[in-house]
Design a protein around this ligand. Structure first.
Ligand SMILES: [Zn+2]
Length: 121
C-alpha cells in the first residue's frame, strides 16, 4: 500500500473533525444575538406596517415582549433598516428624537396608492 504516511492522515482527520467542533460560548452568544437582531427587525417591520413607530415606543414594545434592548442597540438598528430601504424616517422638525417616526416603506407605498380606498380597516 502506497498510502500517505500515518501522521499525514491523522492531520487530515483532525482538519475534518475540527469543522464540527462544538460551539464555544462566544459563538453561541454571537448566534443568539444575530437571531435576536433578526427577530427584533421582523417585529419592528410588523409594527411599522401598521402605524409609524418612534424609537421609544419600540423600546417599550420589545420590553413588553420580554426583550430588554438598549437605545444604543435600537437606534443604530433603525438607521440600518432605513439605509436598507425597509423603513422610511419621517422627521418632525423641533420634536427631538420623538419626532423621528419610522414607517415601513412598502406599507407607506400601499397607503399612498390606496388613498382612495379608505375605510376597509
Ligand atoms: Zn409587538
Amino acid at each position: 500500500m502506497s498510502g500517505m504516511p500515518v501522521s499525514e492522515s491523522l492531520l487530515r482527520a483532525r482538519r475534518l473533525t475540527s469543522r464540527v467542533e462544538p460551539m464555544t460560548t462566544v459563538d453561541r452568544k454571537q448566534l443568539t444575538r444575530e437571531i435576536l437582531l433578526g427577530f427584533w427587525k421582523v417585529h419592528i417591520l410588523h409594527h411599522a406596517a401598521e402605524h409609524p413607530v418612534v424609537g421609544q415606543w419600540v423600546l417599550s414594545e420589545l420590553r413588553r415582549h420580554g426583550y430588554d434592548i438598549s437605545p444604543g442597540t435600537l437606534y443604530p438598528l433603525l438607521k440600518r433598516m432605513e439605509r436598507n430601504g425597509w423603513l422610511r424616517c419621517e422627521v418632525e422638525a423641533g420634536a427631538g428624537p420623538r419626532g423621528r417616526r419610522y414607517v415601513r416603506v412598502d406599507a407607506a407605498r400601499r397607503a399612498r396608492s390606496g388613498a382612495g380606498h379608505r375605510g376597509r380597516g
